[in-house]
Design a protein around this ligand. Structure first.
Ligand SMILES: C[S@@+](CC[C@H](N)C(=O)[O-])C[C@H]1O[C@@H](n2cnc3c(N)ncnc32)[C@H](O)[C@@H]1O
Length: 210
């Protein structure tokens, strides 16, 4: 399976729409966490099974992974987890998707594709316009979590988020994880690999102020 797809390819202009909350979740009133670039969704399956008082939504641009994850949700009859296929930048910019921000408490970008070459930076999922749009749509107090093992990518994402003055950084030591979407600090697949291989993990937590 291809590991990297170009999100700017015309293939992703047409994407799946996010269904209404009641079509995605059994209890549409629960707090919602969104994981962008969720790959196979293993991280979200772990979270959804442990934290049944949260709803989880994953967006992933590799269609085959999303199809498999959706079948798994159906087989296991999980009612607080949903996956959407497509380019997260396009999906969340779509006016028709704005309803998700009513329940959305947090967004994670876990180990996003680094796109090392400068001419490919525009393919990175975190872009200034996207962060500005999130800032306009997210409610006050909502959180963004980023993690990566690539220092340059971390610096770029940290700069881009903080360049929007509506976001403020929270020190990890001051953050109460027990009240977040991930109280048990479940790890993503990439994170497990990074830890086994003793690579560095760079992470940031940002809160929407106004
Ligand atoms: C390096 S993988 C990390 C997967 C997972 N988050 C983890 O930590 O194990 C990055 C994932 O983001 C997806 N992705 C990249 N750009 C995306 C975009 N614009 N919208 C949705 N998914 C995207 C890729 O297809 C890939 O599955």
């Amino acid at each position: 399976m291809r590991q990297h797809v170009n999100p700017l390819s015309r293939n992703f202009n047409e994407t799946e729409r996010i269904p209404s909350m009641i079509n995605m979740f059994n209890d549409s009133k629960l707090n919602l966490h969104l994981d962008i670039g969720c790959a196979s969704g293993d991280f979200l399956f772990d979270l959804a099974l442990i934290n049944t008082h949260w709803n989880y939504l994953g967006i992933e641009i590799r269609e085959r992974l999303v199809k498999t994850a959706k079948l798994k949700v159906k087989d296991r009859k999980i009612k607080n987890l949903y996956f959407v296929f497509g380019n997260a930048n396009n999906i969340l910019s779509d006016e028709q998707s704005k309803f998700v921000f009513e329940n959305l408490k947090s967004i994670s970008f876990n180990f996003p594709d680094p796109w090392f070459k400068k001419r490919h930076y525009k393919r990175r999922v975190i872009q200034q316009d996207f962060i500005n749009e999130l800032s306009n749509s997210l409610q006050k107090g909502s959180l963004i979590f980023i993690k990566t093992d690539v220092k340059d990518l971390f610096d770029y994402m940290d700069y881009t988020i903080l360049n929007n003055l509506n976001f403020k950084k929270i020190e990890k030591k001051d953050f109460n994880f027990s009240e977040s979407f991930n109280p048990n600090k479940v790890q993503t697949n990439r994170e497990k690999y990074v830890i086994i291989n003793k690579l560095d993990v760079f992470e940031g937590i940002y809160i929407k102020n106004d």
